[in-house]
Design a protein. Structure first.
Length: 101
């Protein structure tokens, strides 16, 4: 099994300079699974502040908004009971994220 944190770092390196924003859509929960480091999106957010946001999905729990290392994280619960939405506001002059909610 590959380490999700390391794989995310590789993807970020490949995308740097080619995109205006990086958002992760990751089939993992907020916390590490079975005590294995790097298997939760909190670890990815801690290691990869280049991400502006992460949409998590795996643990079937509602995470309205969690901010880890400047990365906003949400998870929409289970069975279509909720929808996650993240608004990013850009400053055109610099193409950087100025506001997240």
């Amino acid at each position: 099994m590959k380490n999700p944190v390391e794989e995310t770092k590789k993807a970020i390196k490949e995308l740097e300079g080619k995109v205006d924003v990086m958002v992760g859509v990751i089939h993992m929960g907020l916390e590490n699974e079975n005590g294995i480091p790097g298997t939760g999106v909190q670890d990815i957010a801690n290691a990869c502040p280049e991400l502006s946001a992460i949409f998590a999905a795996h643990m079937h729990k509602l995470v309205k908004k969690e901010v880890v290392n400047g990365v906003i994280i949400t998870e929409p619960d289970k069975y279509g009971t909720h929808i996650s939405r993240i608004d990013l506001t850009f400053y055109k002059a610099r193409w950087e994220v100025g506001f997240k909610r």
